[in-house]
Design a protein around this ligand. Structure first.
Ligand SMILES: Nc1nc2c(ncn2[C@@H]2O[C@H](COP(=O)(O)OP(=O)(O)OP(=O)(O)O)[C@@H](O)[C@H]2O)c(=O)[nH]1
Ligand SMILES: [Zn+2]
Length: 368
């Protein structure tokens, strides 16, 4: 993991990293934030022409559905804003180049995994290091100018199971749950921290523990954004867990369904231009839901919780915990309030992502 963590920082600064493969090392650079000369510079460094790796969600949105991410050979002069437009623009010009798409190989797919892990747009410039440039690139790795990540480590960079560290805790009395304790966990890349809010003294022996998995939403949780129902769900969950006699709320650093705040704001702008919540994410290259719940499973293990009563409308959360070995004894709905701003968002979640929201969409909401 160590090299991956360092690579994430270089990528977030817009620098290339090397995905190491004995036969054909691959230079990789994010498209997001790339300088106007990025393609030319990368070509010089690698001694071969760079190509663009696009995710299958982006390709499907562009009208080229495929089973895997694909590589697009770059026509001469495609740089800067035009490159960004092809990679993640709202009005892309893919045109005739689409004929040149080929399936991405494992190292090229790993390049996209690194972008996602770094919370960048999942589109990458990649260039194979030509034999004539191998010694020069190896020298850059040796002197620390360029970071090398083994291909398998890059491919697994989103797997964090067992790597979460329990860091610190404190008693935090809440308005709706006086007897609460916050326990902070940190992922190895240092980018993401998750908090377990333990309300009361849930006794695992006494039966399933009331549990809420809440994905961070800065706009909704903190500012009461009307575009979603997150803030209300958060506060309702705390009150509900308290009313159930105590339990746990995991506050997970999965802003924007795992795409990060920067990308969620981009997605909101696309929604204002007419896309729904899922298509907006696809247009940026993301899946409809990028969240992974291994961190939640690890936090529950650390808290000694194996059987839960889950407060959610999202069947994926039930499935993810079950797959992680947690017994979900029952599911309880948890609603916010419908308004003119979040109606389209909630309808799309129900109709296209299988969320169980009849209670709120038919007007019967809301608890509290
Ligand atoms: N990408 C994206 N994320 C959004 C949008 N609106 C809200 N979110 C994020 O969606 C997540 C909502 O999380 P949750 O409330 O935990 O989950 P949920 O999947 O709706 O499921 P339950 O509330 O448990 O039924 C948060 O991370 C929000 O930041 C949007 O339009 N686009
Ligand atoms: Zn929200």
């Amino acid at each position: 993991m160590h090299q991956v963590e360092r690579a994430i920082f270089d990528l977030r600064r817009g620098l290339p990293v090397l995905i190491g493969e004995a036969s054909a090392p691959l230079l990789v650079q994010p498209v997001e934030g790339a300088a106007d000369t990025a393609v030319a510079t990368l070509a010089d460094r690698a001694g071969s022409p760079p190509a663009l790796v696009l995710s299958r969600h982006r390709l499907a949105w562009l009208g080229h559905p495929r089973a895997t991410p694909a590589l697009l050979a770059l026509p001469p002069g495609l740089e800067g804003e035009r490159l960004a437009a092809v990679a993640f623009g709202a009005e892309p010009e893919l045109g005739v180049w689409a004929d040149a798409l080929v399936d991405a190989d494992p190292a090229e797919r790993a390049a996209l995994a690194l972008m996602r892990r770094a919370l960048l747009i999942p589109a990458a410039l990649v260039a194979r290091v030509a034999p004539a440039r191998r010694d020069a690139v190896a020298a850059e790795v040796a002197d620390g100018t360029l970071l090398e990540v083994p291909a398998e480590a890059a491919a697994r960079c989103q797997e964090t199971h067992g790597l979460l560290k329990r860091i610190s805790e404190a008693r935090i009395p809440l308005e709706d749950a006086f007897d609460s304790r916050f326990i902070l966990f940190r992922e190895p890349d240092g980018l993401r921290e998750h908090v377990a809010v333990v309300i009361g003294e849930p006794q695992a022996a006494a039966g399933p523990v009331p549990l809420r998995l809440h994905s961070a939403c800065l706009t909704g949780d903190l500012f009461g954004s009307l575009r979603c129902d997150c803030g209300e769900q958060l506060r309702n969950a705390v009150a509900e867990i308290e009313a159930l006699g105590g339990g746990v709320l995991l506050y997970l650093a999965q802003e924007g369904r795992g795409i990060g705040l920067a990308n969620k704001l981009r997605a909101y702008t696309r929604q204002d231009a007419g896309l729904d919540t899922l298509d907006a994410d696809h247009s940026l290259g993301f899946a409809e839901d990028e969240r992974r719940y291994a961190v939640a499973v690890d936090m529950l293990a650390s808290l000694g919780i194996h059987r839960v009563q889950l407060l959610t409308n999202n069947p994926r959360k039930v499935a993810a915990l079950t797959a992680g070995g947690i017994e979900v004894v029952s599911r309880q709905a948890l609603y916010g309030t419908l308004n003119d701003h979040n109606r389209r968002y909630l309808s799309a979640k129900a109709e296209r992502a299988g969320h169980l929201l009849e209670g709120v969409l038919n007007g019967k909401a809301t608890r509290r």
